[in-house]
Design a protein around this ligand. Structure first.
Ligand SMILES: [Zn+2]
Length: 329
């Protein structure tokens, strides 16, 4: 079963999270394989998306935030878009859009960063927004300091964490067709509040980047974790093997009822709004061409069917005329 384990290193400014997703991940794959005409994802895409699912779950469990965390890669290669969305209760969904052929051993850059123009975005979308409030979004490229293409998603996200939070982070990610798993080790931010204190603290935090010996020691231990180990060993074995010389304070794991699970937030109402957004003219032209409007959810594979009466209702019930309807004679 899927599970999340959080822990602290006693007396040290270092915390960790280990996630191991099984059913939550295989359900993402099953929905895609049965819902799409192309069938299952090519192996390299499957593994990249699995690592993204593990990473997004780690990041959601590592922040105090009541809203969804969305991890996206906008690719310039055969994978145009890969999206993972994790809700605060760890309901999650994911999908990737693939156009073109993919070699069985394609690297990350061959999938999403052929011309070094791929981007990775992390969006925090609060559950309740103040009027006019926009979701927070941070974007990083898929290259390093020397514009060299990064071949590991973990490196891309470590870069992001350093930029956005000024915190050293080590990530180990792995996925296959059964498990998506990840380990996050992070240097704890220093406590502090208030403007002046806050800026002093953030300066002190920046001064610690890369030089905290406790963090560095633990990060090196974490980075010895191999893909195969992360995929096949249970959580207890992984933690014991890596950190047997350290003293950990463990938190109650999120498992069973509280475990991450597949969950899609699509609804007929949302699809209706999308059709309304197309405008009456566009909706009518689809109807004229195909007789009805069929919209499939790319995350869960559900098909939403709208016949001409449904469509007429969408535009009547909402009252307002959509912008493009002015063009209709
Ligand atoms: Zn759906």
């Amino acid at each position: 079963m899927s599970e999340i384990h959080k822990f602290l290193f006693d007396g040290l400014p270092v915390r960790g999270v280990l996630v191991r997703l099984t059913d939550a991940w295989t359900e993402v794959l099953r929905r895609h394989a049965s819902g799409s005409a192309a069938g299952a994802y090519p192996l390299p895409v499957q593994n990249m998306l699995g690592e993204m699912v593990a990473a997004a779950t780690l990041m959601q469990s590592n922040i105090k935030f009541n809203g969804s965390l969305i991890l996206q890669i906008f690719g310039d290669g055969p994978v145009k878009l890969a999206v993972v969305e994790v809700q605060p209760d760890f309901g999650l969904r994911a999908t990737a859009t693939v156009i073109g052929d993919i070699a069985a051993d394609a690297s990350l850059s061959e999938l999403v960063n052929v011309n070094n123009e791929g981007k990775c975005a992390i969006t925090l979308d609060p559950k309740t927004r103040f009027p006019g409030q926009q979701p927070y979004q941070g974007v990083v490229p898929l290259f390093g300091d020397e514009r060299e293409k990064l071949e590991k998603l973990s490196e891309v996200l470590e870069h992001y964490m350093l930029q956005s939070e000024q915190l050293d982070t080590t990530l180990v990610l792995a996925a296959d067709d059964k498990v998506a798993a990840g380990l996050l080790i992070q240097r704890l931010p220093m406590a502090g509040s208030g403007n002046l204190a806050g800026s002093l603290v953030s300066q002190a935090n920046e001064d610690e980047i890369g030089i905290n010996e406790h963090y560095n020691r633990i990060a090196i231990l974490a980075s010895t974790l191999k893909r195969e180990e992360l995929l096949t060993l249970d959580v207890e074995t992984v933690l014991r093997r890596l950190f047997w010389e350290e003293t950990l304070t463990r938190f109650e794991p999120l498992a069973g009822e509280a475990a991450p699970r597949f969950s899609c937030t699509c609804s007929r109402e949302r699809v209706s709004k999308m059709i309304f957004g197309l405008g009456l003219e566009e909706a009518q032209s689809i109807l004229a061409e195909r007789g009805d409007i069929e919209v499939g959810c790319e995350f869960c594979g559900l098909q939403y069917h709208f016949d001409p009466i449904d469509v007429a209702q969408i535009f009547r019930v909402t009252g307002d005329l959509p912008p493009s309807s002015e063009a209709v004679q």
